[in-house]
Design a protein around this ligand. Structure first.
Ligand SMILES: Cc1cc2nc3c(=O)[nH]c(=O)nc-3n(C[C@H](O)[C@H](O)[C@H](O)COP(=O)(O)OP(=O)(O)OC[C@H]3O[C@@H](n4cnc5c(N)ncnc54)[C@H](O)[C@@H]3O)c2cc1C
Length: 460
């Protein structure tokens, strides 16, 4: 519990209406999009910050009173990264949501952390520029959350993750001071890459209050196709063959048979439910190049026994294909009261083994599992609809998850390619990260945050 003295001090630093202190106002901040069923704590106060100075003042107070401080963007992370373990203050960034500058000459954008990723994309695209990282919930998730989780999306195969675009940040440190981590330049070889340390650190090392990202030129066009297969192996072989032929699609996404059937049941959009796998392949660039690449991709798909290839000629048809794929979680929500999504990644040579293995594990524990994934990267999202109030089902689900992480580790993979670790995956980190490396992470945390106030108890 925050002391009365601390609460009184918070009221001196920000306008009264920016502080939530009643339990009914704070209650929702005990949750995010994770599958945390165990009790998490309701934070003691929620503060809507509006400036860097306000963030500094609140952090100084938290540090003085040794109180946890947890940043919150849209609260959509799936790993319990922005929930509270021992109360404390939630910093809500929804009022720091301005795009401060888009610079077409430098091809950069400088933004506040509460900017919604999709809004930034829309604004830069208006002037022919492009911000590629595309978490599938980009209409709500924020840049601050993306930086903290190193978010990515379907375009990751060609364009990389958030980390590849952040060139500079202003970060409020645990003592309330502010540091600049990079420069407004496309290259930077000056000293340690401190910025990279903050990216993916889930708000445990510092609070990001301004981000400068580099932009690229917007591709002239993009085209999408959907192809079906009688086996996951044929789909994965096609992916490897396409890449081997030196084609770099923007996106190569997969849906397994359960995902296809569940989405079709929900949307009635004409997906072929008797197929074991489907690939959605998008290519972007100059129109003439796309044409040649799509022809080659179709040849490769045909050689790998692809069926019913649907080439989306109009944007509306492409949107329909993507809408179907993006509705997989909503479709799963029709099957059980709760939907969980995971995120594991392996070297692509082991992708078929991973997918088949996860299917086998879930069927062993009698769980429904719909698999979607950005398979160009080797990354998959097994989505498991369950009833968390059903103790037996919840126990089976937990056992299955642990086996999925064991399998991922055996295949040389990592238990998160884009969603992060938070509280949910913290017990499993030693399965994939060497103990010595985790020790160094702990030491880094101590240097940055000696009083352990910044989003404590997360990651390790
Ligand atoms: C339906 C659905 C689909 C998703 N699809 C994808 C996907 O395709 N790709 C993907 O990568 N993720 C995906 N996610 C996961 C999630 O959306 C991302 O992790 C997202 O980037 C989180 O953004 P947010 O604004 O909601 O952050 P939050 O959930 O609010 O916070 C995430 C973390 O960031 C920290 N944080 C927030 N702001 C700051 C700040 N200013 N400074 C320091 N730390 C901060 C928080 O403390 C927390 O640790 C999906 C989630 C859902 C529910």
């Amino acid at each position: 519990m925050l002391t009365k003295e601390l609460i009184a001090n918070i009221y001196k630093k920000v306008p009264k209406q920016n502080v939530l202190s009643k339990i009914e106002e704070r209650y929702v901040y005990a949750f995010d999009a994770s599958d945390l069923h165990e009790k998490v704590q309701i934070p003691d106060a929620v503060v809507f910050v509006e400036s860097v100075e306000q963030v500094q003042e609140i952090v100084k107070l938290a540090n003085k009173f040794k109180t946890p401080i947890i940043c919150r963007g849209a609260g959509t992370n799936t790993v319990g990264a922005c929930v509270s373990v021992h109360g404390g203050i939630v910093l809500n960034f929804s009022k720091m949501n301005k795009i401060l500058e888009i610079n077409p000459v430098n091809m950069t954008a400088r933004v506040q952390p509460g900017v919604v990723v999709g809004d930034l994309q829309k604004q830069v695209e208006k002037i022919g520029l492009y911000y590629p990282p595309d978490p599938s919930n980009l209409k709500v998730s924020t840049i601050g959350g993306s930086v903290a989780q190193n978010s990515a999306g379907a375009r990751g195969f060609k364009y990389g993750t958030t980390r590849d675009y952040v060139i500079d940040m202003l970060v409020v440190m645990a003592d309330g001071s502010v540091i600049r981590t990079g420069a407004n330049t496309i290259k930077n070889a000056a000293g340690y890459n401190l910025g990279s340390l903050f990216i993916g650190s889930e708000g445990t090392l510092g609070i990001v209050v301004e981000v400068t990202v580099k932009l690229i030129t917007k591709p002239e066009a993009s085209e999408v196709l959907l192809a079906y297969f009688d086996s996951v192996e044929e789909a994965v072989n096609s992916v490897n063959q396409i890449i081997k032929h030196q084609i770099c699609p923007t996106t190569i996404d997969l849906m397994d048979n359960n995902a296809i059937k569940t989405i079709e049941e929900y949307k009635n959009c004409g997906l072929l439910c008797d197929k074991q796998a489907a690939l959605i392949i998008e290519v972007d660039g100059f129109k003439t190049v796309i044409e040649a690449q799509m022809k080659l991709i179709c040849d490769i798909l045909n050689k790998n026994n692809a069926q019913n290839i649907k080439y989306a000629k109009q944007k509306e048809e492409a949107d329909e294909i993507w809408d179907a794929r993006h509705s997989s979680m909503a479709a799963c929500a029709q099957l059980r009261p709760n939907v969980t999504t995971d995120d594991v990644i392996v070297p692509r040579e082991n992708l078929s083994i991973l997918i088949k293995g996860i299917q086998k594990i879930c069927s062993k524990y009698d769980l429904i599992m719909c698999m979607v994934g950005h398979v160009g990267d080797g990354s998959v999202h097994p989505q498991i609809p369950i009833d968390m109030n059903d103790k037996d089902e919840y126990t089976r689900y937990k056992l299955a998850k642990s086996e999925i992480y064991d399998l991922t580790a055996r295949l040389g993979g990592i238990i998160s390619g884009e969603h992060g670790i938070g509280l949910v995956k913290k017990p499993f980190l030693p399965k994939v990260i060497d103990n010595g490396a985790i020790d160094y992470m702990r030491q880094i945390k101590k240097i940055f945050d000696p009083n352990n106030i910044l989003n404590p108890y997360k990651i390790f």
